[in-house]
Design a protein around this ligand. Structure first.
Ligand code: SAM
Length: 229
């Protein structure tokens, strides 16, 4: 049943030490010196992370950033958690910065992340919901973009990619129209390791690449303040 799982009322209720035991202290316990050296807030989130390919590839590139994959299918989320547990066992001290959680990201992101917390927010190959009647189910939506802007840090980047041309156009146009986002110029994208992974890292990206499919990428920066409309 997709509707019944525990959701925290606010981000402070989450015990992040369950996700990142080497980086976050348990509630009520003082942190160890190893934990204190690190930023203990999740800074990157991969929404609809599927089998977790992106965060697994990002982990060594940004070892100081905590990253969370969010996935609505419980078996898939459990698979990603197991995958990360194996990586941690095989590579002691590594992959301590990534984790996965089962959640409906269209409903609950502000329950997990505080205002201004996220530096990178990823939407890789989201479900296209082709029928017009189902467009409201798309994960990039004007009202949801406002919510994403709220939990993102000013200057943070929101990444999207798809192989569905119409959805690519939809995501770009909704982001362009939103007063809290500006497109990231191509030169900056070229210098950004995460942007380079979008078309290659995740399981869906690899499937599209095997079939030599074209992809449509749109990356936007969260503004400091709203653009005058
Ligand atoms: N991003 C992954 C990739 O590139 O391989 C998976 C892409 S797959 C086409 C879309 C994923 O989004 C599925 O795993 C689906 O279960 C998940 N998903 C759909 N709606 C979601 C929601 N509201 N919250 C969290 N995950 C969701």
């Amino acid at each position: 049943d997709n509707t019944t799982f525990d959701v925290p009322v606010h981000p402070e209720q989450v015990d992040w030490s369950e996700h990142y035991p080497e980086r976050c202290s348990k509630p009520g316990e003082t942190s160890t010196s190893g934990q204190q050296q690190h930023d203990s807030l999740v800074r990157f989130a991969d929404v609809g992370c599927g089998f977790g390919g992106l965060i697994v590839k990002l982990a060594p590139l940004y070892p100081d950033k905590l990253m969370l994959g969010m996935e609505i299918r419980d078996k898939v989320a459990a698979y990603v958690c197991e995958r990360i547990a194996c990586l941690r066992r095989e590579h002691p001290g590594q992959y301590q910065n990534i984790s996965c959680m089962r959640s409906n990201a269209m409903k609950y992101l502000p329950n997990y992340f505080r205002k201004g917390q996220l530096e990178k927010l990823f939407f890789l190959f989201p479900d296209p919901h082709f029928k017009v009647a189902n467009h409201r189910r798309r994960i990039i939506q004007p009202c949801l973009l406002t919510e994403y802007a709220h939990i993102m840090a000013p200057g943070g980047w929101l990444y999207t990619i798809t192989d569905v041309p119409e959805l690519g156009e939809w995501m770009r146009s909704k982001l362009e129209a939103h007063p809290m986002f500006d497109p990231v110029p191509e030169e900056e994208l070229e210098a950004d390791p995460a942007a380079g992974l979008l078309a290659a890292a995740s399981e869906e990206a690899q499937k599209v690449a095997r079939n030599e499919g074209k992809t449509f990428r749109a990356v936007f920066r969260r503004r400091e303040s709203p653009r005058e409309l």
